[in-house]
Every structure is written in C-alpha cells, then in structure tokens.
Design a binder for this molecule. Sequence first.
Ligand SMILES: [Zn+2]
Length: 240
Amino acid sequence: MSIPAFLDSQNRLHRESVNGECPHCGSVAHFSLMACPTFARLRAEQPARVGIVLECDACHTPLFIRYRVRAWHEDRVEFHPLPEEMERPPERFSYAHLPDAVAATFREALACHTAGLNQAFALMCRATIQAMLEDLGERSRLKIFDQVAEVRMLAEIDDTTFNAIRRVLFEGEAPQGQVAQPLTRLQAMVLLETLKDLLYQSYVRRARLQQALRLRQFPAVEPARPPAMPIVPAIRSVER
Ligand SMILES: [Zn+2]
C-alpha cells in the first residue's frame, strides 16, 4: 500500500516521493518544495485539488503539480498518493535515419503525446504510418501489420489495447456519424512504443546495419600520417 501524501497542521508537506525525472532538464533529481498553501487556508476553503510548486535541484526550474484531496482530518489534509503531473518529460527519439516526411509527422505525434492530447496523437500516428507507406510503398503495409502483431506477442498486449492500436494505425476515419473511440492514456503509451518499434525496424535498424557493413568493407587502410603542423585544438576560452 502506498503512503498517502499529506499536509499536517504545522504546514509540513509529506510526499510519497521527492525525486523524479525533471520535464525540463531530463535529470532524475530531487525536487524541493517552493510553495504550498497553508493548512488553515485549505481547511477554510476545502478545495478538491491542491496545487504546489516544486523546484528541480538540478536545473532550478519551477514545476507545478496538483494533488487530489482524499480526506480532511483535524490534524492533516490527506492527498491521493500520486500527484497529477502538469508537465511531462518530453518523449525523445533519434530522427537521424528517418525520411523527412516521416520524421516531421512523428515529431508532431510526440508533441501531441507529451501534451496529453490523445486524439490528436492518434491522428498523427496514423499520418506517420501513411508517410511510411508512401516512402516504403503500399506493399510494405502487410509487413508493417506483421510487425505490429509481433510487438503484440512480445509485449503481451491485451486484446482491447491491441484492437485500439490496430484501429488507429490501419483503419481509416470512423464512418460518418460515428465518433472514433477515444484512446486511454495507457493505450496511447502502448501505441507510442509500438510506433517507435516500427520506425526502428523500418529505418534505424537497416541504416545501422548498412553503416556497420560499409565500415567492414572499407576499413581505414592507411594509418593517418602525423600532420606537418601541430593542430591546436579549438577550445573556446571560458570567460568568467
Ligand atoms: Zn531540471
């Protein structure tokens, strides 16, 4: 059972976890408490949610989080153990081996995911698959479908989640008059990992293999001769 977070009558905030991944600098850091409403004020107003401000010890950027109130006691306000995240760490992916059209749509998909816009994220995932098919040819549709089926097997994805992902990636718009089934946050996360894997299999893996084989075919034959002039490394002087 997780320990609830709470604010005691002495205005001390007790948190379940004081470390985490900073959405600004990406470090796993300690978050210091910068601002929290007082116990007296919360008791008087009894809001459903309480916002507090933390600061990342690594980059000193403020971070806003929100707790849902679970119970009011004489000596403390009890919160749900996990705060609602208002800012998420950005999703990262190396776009180096992706064709421009695929990279552009996938970059937008990641931005939608980071912002928590699940429907927009689903649309951009479908657009990414479209861009892949335009690049790889319509014949690769079956191969991509097989790869998704493989991800399902490897990751043991349940039927409901798999069907939601399949619908997003391979079925067109919902018929007129019908609203597309919204994705849950968990389904969106599985969809993201699936799409990352598809991109990796289709582009990154191939490019890395080709690169490795090229290096084997054309190894550096001659060791480089020492230069006539000593090379002065271009080090920028640090001004203080
Ligand atoms: Zn930080």
